[in-house]
Design a protein around this ligand. Structure first.
Ligand code: UDP
Ligand code: MG
Length: 344
């Protein structure tokens, strides 16, 4: 077994540099896998560049990993990366980017919701000088409005409280230059909220709008709680605003409590009113109890994050990386043909 060293460096060998790496995280995507590879080949072959497909199996349970390895044995463009278990999309992406060697790296979902046909346009923007080419969804076909609304609200909140803009409606579908990928790969944190990290890294960015398609096959890997978790993760990874919110809540509650107490005392002194205690007491206690628990929870979230970071565990564990040994790219192939000619 092969674990990543703590120094987060992967320097690709000179000979396996390619023009473009396409990184795809996969989790239980057996149904779309052949379709994905076919569509990618259709798009990439006419571009006449050297490329590799870094397909990362994130511990799939439907045999996607084995299919991947079998495909890699026949197609020298495919680098089949298998993780030791399911680490989550963000970790799978990190693995793919670490193992990519392209001058440009495109990240793509396996389910063909991000149309590979756009890679040509992305490369054009890259060659025109952008380090990052962000793909912005102008429509979200096949997504419930609940998901759309919550996504919209989430970006609003996130951008309010973080110090750099995280573009709305851009997913992980993007192109990045080698230096942007290296910058990202060298970020030390284990808690990888990718959208935030992409934005944090910076670099000249070009935005292309596209229509997000419906899933080609299979089903979404996200559910409501998963998305809520990701949203909370996103916010707490990039901002301490919730901690401040807890402080403001606490101050408000304390002020309200003090005012209420003062009112009771004055009432008793001036009007001789008996303290009509029980219901108001319960109301105040439950309110304060709630605020306290909430605040402790928020603090706990950050303490937990610090704890996880402090453990310095690798982001993922590789099971294996399989690539056909005769991985030729067009330029190598041309050189080889020339050499062959000379010897004859
Ligand atoms: N994915 C992954 N690991 C996971 C969950 C998802 O690698 O634990 C991959 C999945 O195979 C797909 C991409 O992440 O390529 C996006 O997942 P999905 O389509 O389910 O998300 P959605 O498009 O619904 O947001
Ligand atoms: Mg999808």
């Amino acid at each position: 077994m092969h674990t990543k060293s703590s120094a987060r460096h992967f320097e690709p060998q000179q000979h396996d540099r390619v023009d473009l790496s396409v990184v795809v995280p996969l989790y239980n995507e057996r149904e779309v896998l052949p379709l994905l590879i076919e569509r990618l080949a259709q798009v990439l072959t006419p571009l006449a560049i050297s490329y590799e497909l870094v397909l990362v199996d994130d511990g799939s349970r439907d045999g996607s990993g084995d299919i991947l390895v079998a495909l890699a044995a026949h197609d020298p463009h495919i680098k089949a990366v298998r993780l030791s278990r399911n680490f989550g999309k963000e970790a799978a992406l990190s693995a793919g980017m670490d193992l990519s060697s392209g001058d440009a790296v495109v990240i793509l979902d396996a389910d063909l919701q991000d149309p590979p046909e756009l890679i040509g346009a992305m490369l054009e923007a890259f060659y025109a000088g952008s380090d990052i080419v962000c793909m912005k969804r102008s429509t979200r076909a096949g997504e419930s409005w609940g998901k759309r609304l919550s996504a919209h609200l989430f970006y609003r909140i996130l951008n309010r409280i973080s110090h750099f803009a995280i573009p709305e409606d851009t997913g992980d579908f993007r192109l990045m230059s080698r230096r942007a990928v290296n910058a990202l790969n060298n970020l030390p944190e284990r808690n990888r909220y990718m959208k935030g990290l992409f934005a944090w890294v910076g670099f000249p960015t070009h935005v292309i709008e596209y229509d997000r398609e419906v899933r080609a096959a299979g089903s979404t890997k996200w559910n409501f709680f998963g998305l809520m978790g990701l949203a909370f993760e996103g916010i707490t990874s990039f901002s301490v605003a919730p901690l401040r919110l807890a402080i403001s809540f606490g101050m408000l509650a304390a002020l309200a409590g003090a005012a209420f107490g003062l009112k009771i005392v004055l009432d008793a002194l001036w009007h001789g009113n008996a303290v009509s205690g029980y219901p108001s007491l319960i109301a105040v206690i439950t309110f304060l109890g709630g605020v306290q628990l909430l605040s402790i929870g928020v603090v706990g979230e950050y303490v937990g994050k610090t704890y996880l970071e402090a453990k310095q565990r690798p982001l993922y564990v590789l099971r294996d990386v399989v690539q056909s040994p005769r991985a030729l790219n067009p330029t190598d192939a041309a050189q080889e043909a020339a050499a062959h000619e000379q010897t004859h």
